[in-house]
Design a protein around this ligand. Structure first.
Ligand code: SF4
Length: 266
């Protein structure tokens, strides 16, 4: 069983969990307006035409987006950075897209990584069946878990799906004692709003059993805009501006009574 991956990155997170090698997997159940990895949303392998400029000259090339990897190849890539991960308290992350959209590959790879002694993280939208989530639970040390919006109607409008399954899966993970980092997209016109942050504080506070390790505020940014052009996809956020730092500071203050570390970015 091979997995379809569109990007592999190595992150050094200065105040986070050490050096992490992250595998971005293709396919997603959601269709978020602000997605900055549109190449991850599209399932399957795609060829795109890339234009690079050097000086006044343009160079066109075909680029393949999505490559298949066997679980053993993932382990080999992780082994290259093992020493950095171990010394920094880092590990291996699966993100996307939605990694749980390729459950057989993920289970096999996580099993190998755990038996090789790696710390493992799964970054998920939570919009997956209870059975699939449970099948990776024992193989995953940390979940990065997105709460796009607490209101089901707003969630459906901006992601294409309601949030009932996502919230019940979050509650299941916390009830099982799994460590979770909650990730909050801060989107103008959707969630970048002080009154919403107060609602969110109550939502998280009612679930604060000690297993929510951190809250990441992920401000909307425009880095994905050029990708929408490249993939000939509609950018529904084209006229939306980025969130300023001042607002993020205000939101951190609103969430601070929770007693959970709140970080800009993640
Ligand atoms: S869940 Fe993540 S990858 Fe999927 S569409 Fe939303 S932002 Fe993009």
């Amino acid at each position: 069983m091979k997995g379809l991956i569109f990007s592999i990155k190595r992150y050094a997170i200065h105040d986070g969990p050490g050096i992490r090698v992250t595998f971005f997997m293709k396919g997603c159940f959601l269709d978020c307006w602000w997605c900055h990895n549109p190449e991850g949303k599209v399932p399957g392998i795609r060829m795109v035409e890339r234009t690079d400029r050097i000086g006044r000259r343009e160079f066109m090339s075909q680029e393949q987006v999505g490559h298949e990897y066997a679980p053993e190849e993932i382990i080999a890539k992780a082994e290259v950075d093992r020493v950095f991960m171990e010394h920094s308290g880092g590990g291996v992350t699966f993100s996307g897209g939605e990694p749980l959209m390729q459950p057989e590959f993920l289970i096999e790879t996580l099993t190998l990584l755990k038996s090789a002694g790696f710390h493992t993280t799964v970054d998920t939208s939570g919009y997956v069946s209870r059975e699939i989530l449970q099948s990776v639970m024992g193989l995953t040390d940390l979940f990065l878990y997105d709460i796009k919006h607490t209101d089901p109607e707003v969630h459906k409008k901006f992601t294409g799906v309601s949030n009932g399954l996502i919230i019940s899966n979050l509650d299941m993970l916390l009830a099982e004692g799994k460590d979770v980092m909650i990730r909050i997209p801060v989107i103008p016109g959707v969630s970048a709003d002080a009154a919403y942050m107060e609602t969110l504080r109550d939502f998280i506070g009612s679930r604060n059993t000690g297993h929510i390790k951190e809250i990441n505020l992920l401000p909307y940014h425009k880095t994905g805009s050029s990708k929408y052009r490249l993939f000939e996809m509609e950018d529904r956020m084209a006229s939306v501006k980025q969130v300023s730092n001042g607002y993020l500071d205000e939101y951190i203050d609103i969430l601070s009574p929770l007693g959970i570390h709140v970080k800009k970015g993640g």
